[in-house]
Design a protein around this ligand. Structure first.
Ligand SMILES: NC(=O)c1ccc[n+]([C@@H]2O[C@H](COP(=O)([O-])OP(=O)(O)OC[C@H]3O[C@@H](n4cnc5c(N)ncnc54)[C@H](O)[C@@H]3O)[C@@H](O)[C@H]2O)c1
Length: 448
């Protein structure tokens, strides 16, 4: 992390290129931003727009809004574009997605209609349940990647943009294990030219963005940038990358409840999580190979939080199951159930039941906004490679090799806010009284 206190100002417009522009999450995000900019809606769920940050000691009572504390691009300065594998504009796609009501789309219809997708890079080998009807043609993966680079350059020059962020909001690809081709940049570049099967389309978008010096966010659980080759490349190019898999519904709840159980040293016998979901994402995840990618992302959370190796008497033998069932009548309105079998004093059993009737894209849209603005901030601050401090937003956070990933939502929030404080030269908050004196005393002690 270089230039930690020197943050280039958020001048001018910020380009946003979304992969999967015509999807439910993307169109809910785009229509929401336009409504917010016009004052028709509120950015509920967004830290960058609504949250405050405490600065200094508690008795100073200094709680500025994050957006006033640190320089962030305003939503009105976002210029949005992107790719999809289905032709169309954001208005028609948002209508089809059936997340937002007509009134919330008609209020910004002209602007939504003007945002049309570019042809995507797609191969149904990686998403079995979809057919691409609006896709690029190329002799190999390297050539396809270069076409994405050209799209990025054209978008930048046509809109006179200095800065752009790319975000993957496209469908979940099949599960791919790390292989030789992912281990170095050299192997990866050779692999693109040889059409290596372990290089998925999402990796081509990521490579293209990094080559163009553009931050890349992965909102799905696909491997994408979470491979040595692309992490190494992002560090070399001075570009921040973040992922994987937006933390929205059931995992959001899980990463609040599990830390509570551990904090109170309550044991766990079993955690059964199931969902019904009827949107296109549900249809894609109905394919076992795409579901595997999501399942791995969802399952890892509990072990990291509960640390069964440290607490074998409480957590060594719990049974954890996650199911997603495609159920068309519900559309984007997911229903998630959690049955949690816990035990307390003397091993006596108890149960927790959670029924979350949520709206997937309504929970995801503010995360997309925050990540775009924070990744642009990270870029302007000179950060590169994996952005651990944004783990707050992800189910399966990418983390630097020697760092154990943090899943507890409130530790993640503290990490995020402390990073913002440090960026601005403020002391991180430890929630001790007389924080600055304690920090100063400890520093003296350490120096002595
Ligand atoms: N909504 C949530 O709460 C949530 C949470 C975590 C992760 N996600 C992930 O976000 C992604 C989007 O979810 P959604 O509900 O909007 O799904 P969706 O099916 O509505 O949208 C995905 C879009 O991506 C397009 N697409 C697929 N492959 C593409 C490619 N290679 N290039 C360009 N476009 C491509 C599809 O045509 C579709 O328009 C999914 O991977 C989902 O798993 C969503």
């Amino acid at each position: 992390m270089e230039n930690i206190h020197e943050i280039a100002p958020a001048e001018g417009k910020l380009g946003v290129l979304i992969v999967g522009l015509n999807g439910a999450v993307s169109t809910t995000f785009v229509a929401g931003v336009l409504n917010i900019v016009h004052g028709y809606g509120k950015a509920v769920g967004s830290l960058t727009q609504l949250a405050t940050i405490r600065i200094g000691e508690r008795n100073k009572n200094n709680f500025p809004f994050i957006k006033d504390f640190i320089s962030l691009t305003a939503p009105k300065d976002l210029v949005i574009g992107g790719w999809d594998i289905r032709m169309g504009n954001c208005y028609d796609a948002a209508k089809e997605a059936q997340v937002l009501q007509d009134k919330d789309l008609d209020s910004v219809a002209k602007e939504l209609e003007s945002i049309e997708s570019m042809r995507g890079v797609f191969d149904s080998y990686y998403v079995k349940r979809l057919k691409g009807t609006f896709i690029k043609d190329g002799k190999n993966k390297y050539e396809l990647m270069n076409q994405i680079r050209q799209d990025i350059r054209d978008f930048k020059s046509q809109n006179h943009l200095g800065r752009v962020v790319v975000v993957w909001c496209a469908s979940t690809e099949i599960y791919i294990s790390q292989s030789e081709v992912h281990q170095s940049l050299q192997n990866f570049e050779k692999g693109m030219k040889e059409n290596n099967i372990d290089i998925a389309p999402s990796m081509l978008y990521a490579y293209a963005a990094i080559t163009e010096g553009i931050p890349f966010i992965n909102g799905a659980p696909n491997l994408t940038t979470d491979i040595p080759a692309l992490i190494e490349f992002s560090e070399k190019q001075g570009v921040p990358v973040a992922g994987k898999d937006f933390k929205t519904g059931q995992t959001l709840i899980k990463t609040v409840i599990a830390p509570m159980l551990k904090a109170r040293m309550l044991g766990l016998n079993g955690w059964f999580s199931t969902n019904i979901l009827g949107n296109r994402d549900g249809k894609v995840l109905d394919d076992p190979e795409s579901f595997k990618t999501k399942e791995v992302s969802k399952l890892s959370v509990l072990d990291f939080i509960l640390q069964p190796d440290l607490y074998p008497g409480l957590y060594a033998h719990y049974y954890h199951q996650v199911r997603i069932n495609y159920y068309p009548p519900r559309g984007d309105n997911k229903e998630g159930w959690d049955n949690i079998d816990i035990f307390g004093w003397m091993g006596y059993p108890m149960q927790l039941k959670i029924n979350f009737l949520c709206r997937d894209s309504i929970l995801a849209a503010p995360i997309v906004l925050d990540l775009i603005l924070f990744m642009d901030l990270a870029y302007r601050a000179g950060f590169n490679g994996t952005q651990d401090w944004l783990s707050f937003y992800f189910k399966s956070p990418m983390h630097t090799a020697d760092v154990v990933p943090e899943h507890d939502l409130f530790i993640q929030l503290m990490k995020l806010k402390n990073t913002l404080r440090v960026m601005k030269g403020e002391i991180p908050i430890s929630h001790l009284e007389n924080e600055d004196q304690i920090v100063a005393r400890d520093l003296d002690h350490m120096i002595a």
